[in-house]
Design a protein around this ligand. Structure first.
Ligand SMILES: O=C(O)CCC(=O)C(=O)O
Length: 311
């Protein structure tokens, strides 16, 4: 029975890596602590190696290493996307008002999400960035309704997480066409290699309490426009965010978080309930437990084990 109701998820973060940082989420207005962040995370960027890439070109790898992202890549065709969109429409409708942001970390509980997370066309691209052993440790639907009222503030993902070293690449799969009009995600190129940037309190229209104020001082934003079925890949310390969707078109995307097994959870409380998939290769480190494909595809028959990586 589905028993977790998530209205909005907020992540409270400290402003500096050197200071202890308390992480928490608000679920139905209740605040849940997610643990005291370790002060010793290795958040340095690890460049991808062009010589081992098979799908990405040398210039794609160079772009990723310099800018912190690379896009767009065609993955799912129109028929597949119609099926995938209908699948997520049903899940969101089953969850009611929670569906827009509440389908979080179900990758090992829902067969349809497991299948997307392990799709070889996605993994081929991820492999060129993080290597042949690939862990999918989180996923989230982020569906911005038309004429919405909330923005995702500028932020750096890995500064929220308890994973070290930072080796996660995020795949953002466009379920709907996404562009500047309907609040596509934007990146500040090059910020992935600048360390943890200062954060400030955000206003009521922000989905997180904290974000990077005046992020444009670090560079001009790049609009991550994608057609439905295309993906982008971005590094875990790249500054990114998205505006309020003021258009009359929905903007729905699926994030998939992939890391190499050398990355390790540094705070078991933060990671409680992380249900990872060894999506390709193996885990010689033994850091991650594999969750096989679930039988279930009814979101009301299960629940999310936890809420991590929703940023
Ligand atoms: O979908 C968005 O607007 C933001 C997504 C995001 O923050 C992420 O993929 O890390």
């Amino acid at each position: 029975m589905h028993n977790v109701k998530i209205i909005h998820v907020f992540v409270k973060i400290g402003s500096a890596l050197a200071k202890p940082t308390w992480l928490s989420v608000l679920v139905n207005g209740e605040e849940y602590g997610m643990g005291l962040a370790s002060t010793s995370l290795d958040l340095r960027f690890q460049p991808a190696v062009a010589a081992r890439a098979r799908r990405l070109s040398v210039s794609d790898i160079d772009h990723y290493n310099r800018q912190g992202f690379v896009q767009p890549f065609d993955v799912f065709g129109a028929d597949e996307m119609a099926r995938i969109r209908a699948y997520f429409d049903k899940l969101m409708s089953d969850l009611g008002p929670d569906g827009a942001y509440g389908i979080n970390c179900y990758q090992a509980r829902m067969a349809g999400i497991w299948d997307i997370a392990t799709d070889s066309r996605i993994l081929d691209l991820v492999q060129d960035i993080i290597g042949p052993d690939i862990i999918c440790w989180a996923s989230a639907i982020l569906s911005k309704k038309p004429e919405g009222s909330r923005r995702v503030p500028w932020h750096q993902d890995a500064s929220f997480w308890q994973l070290s070293p930072a080796r996660t690449v995020t795949v953002w799969l466009a379920i709907d066409d996404a562009d500047a009009e309907n609040a596509a995600m934007c990146f500040i190129p090059g910020t992935h290699a600048q360390g943890v940037l200062e954060t400030a309190d955000m206003g009521a229209d922000s989905v997180f309490h904290k974000g990077i104020a005046d992020a444009e001082r670090y560079g001009a934003p790049f609009v991550n426009s994608l057609k439905a079925g295309q993906i982008s890949l971005h590094a875990d310390m790249l500054v990114h965010g998205s505006d309020i969707n003021r258009s009359n078109r929905r903007r729905c995307g699926l994030t998939l978080r992939y890391c190499s097994p050398e990355s390790q959870i540094t705070d078991p409380d933060w990671a409680k309930g992380v249900e990872a998939i060894i999506a390709r290769g193996s885990d010689p480190s033994g850091h991650w437990r594999h969750h096989p494909r679930p039988e279930n595809d009814d979101i009301l028959a299960t629940s999310s084990p936890h809420v991590v990586g929703n940023n």
